[in-house]
Design a protein around this ligand. Structure first.
Ligand SMILES: NC(=O)c1ccc[n+]([C@@H]2O[C@H](COP(=O)([O-])OP(=O)(O)OC[C@H]3O[C@@H](n4cnc5c(N)ncnc54)[C@H](O)[C@@H]3O)[C@@H](O)[C@H]2O)c1
Length: 343
């Protein structure tokens, strides 16, 4: 019988518990410890899963029995903590964005390679059924030559959201606003479908919030290396909150994914879209909270499988770096007024 893969989590705020729940439901995986600088938060999550709580994550990293560390702290801490975990010999799962700076993201990737540990960046929507099916259809050439791709997140976050944590809405720790924290999911899926970006021209602004340093609206036009063009629209200023959409159009058809589900699937070959059966049985009903964590569960399952099979996870450090590079290029274009070319 294969040995259990043991996990520790750093950061027990909003998303840390989603990692805990996911790990607890994966066969052959076990949560053994959690860490948070706020003792009550660490204690509360530790009690829920009957594991040990730490206020200093370095102490947690000293444990020999931990195989994988999930990092769910403010974004600007991710690479430093990931490097500490890698140097302690642990495989690393890091929340999106993998960091807020490319040099730090590169240092994390390098540290994991040097230590021979695996690195997985959370981008849980890549595991949504519609996204998996669309990616396969593109790879099989069913959409023909890709012509246009759009990623739109017309979302809203109240001022109280930004006020709920000192790090939110700061350049140093959030790394940006609507794009870096929220729209990054759709930026990642757009580049996953359309391929590498060649150049970007963008505008950003802060229109609906105060006491934040960063943007709450942004619009970017893109040219992909393939020659296709596209658009990224990201906001947290669209009161009361509208939809998220991914639109991919090619010479032989187009697909629209809205709020993580296929909304329109029209191909020249006439193939109709049949949503697949849910692969993970829902244990407690079908409320949005029950469904919401499934992406994390699928991605962490992929990391567990990657460790067992000694293969890279679907979203490696190199993959997680791609949306970060695009978003930083959008910020540079907005700041300088220039078109930015990507490497
Ligand atoms: N994948 C997703 O859908 C998703 C959703 C929400 C958040 N996130 C990401 O997860 C990260 C955390 O976001 P959140 O909303 O959970 O934030 P949060 O503020 O609710 O939680 C962060 C936690 O980290 C703790 N922390 C800070 N410094 C620490 C340190 N040195 N050692 C240990 N713990 C420390 C804080 O006390 C806090 O409890 C962010 O990078 C965010 O982008 C991803």
């Amino acid at each position: 019988m294969e040995s259990t893969i043991k996990f520790g989590i750093v950061g027990c705020g909003v998303i840390g518990p989603t990692h805990a729940r996911s790990i607890s439901e994966i066969e052959g995986a076990q949560l053994v410890a959690v860490a948070d600088v706020v003792e009550e938060k660490a204690q509360a999550l530790a009690e829920m899963y009957e594991v040990e709580a730490y206020t200093d994550y370095h102490k947690m990293l000293e444990r020999q029995d931990i195989d994988v560390v999930s990092i769910a702290t403010p974004s600007g801490m991710h690479a430093d903590m990931g490097i500490d975990a890698a140097r302690a010999g642990k495989h690393v799962i890091v929340e999106k964005p993998m960091d807020v700076r490319l040099d730090k993201a590169d240092a994390l990737i390098a540290a994991c390679h040097e230590q021979g540990v695996k690195l997985c960046v959370i981008s849980q929507h890549r595991f949504d059924h519609g996204i998996v099916d669309l990616k396969k259809a593109i790879q099989e050439g069913k959409l023909g030559t890709l012509a246009f791709g759009g990623g739109y997140t017309q979302w809203y976050r109240a001022q109280e959201y930004y006020d709920s944590g000192d790090w939110r809405g700061t350049w140093a720790l959030d790394g940006g606003g609507a794009l870096m924290n929220q729209s990054i999911h759709y930026v990642d899926m757009l580049q996953y479908m359309m391929g590498p970006v060649e150049e970007i021209h963008a505008y950003t602004a802060r229109r609906a919030h105060v006491r934040i340093e960063v943007e709450d609206v942004s619009a970017a036009t893109l040219k992909f290396k393939s020659g296709a063009i596209g658009v990224i629209e990201g906001m947290t200023a669209a009161f009361p909150g509208f939809d998220a959409r991914l639109e991919i159009f090619g010479s032989d058809g187009g697909v629209i994914i809205e709020n993580d589900k296929v909304k329109d699937w029209r191909l020249r070959d006439g193939e109709e879209y049949t949503p697949p059966q849910e692969d993970i049985p829902l244990i407690v009903g079908t409320s949005s909270a029950d469904i919401w964590y499934l992406g994390h569960r699928r991605e962490i399952q992929d990391m567990v499988d990657a460790i067992r099979e000694d293969r890279p996870p679907l979203v490696t450090g190199e993959e997680g770096r791609k949306p970060l590079e695009i978003i930083l290029a959008i910020y540079e274009s907005a700041r300088t007024g220039q078109t930015v070319k990507l490497a």
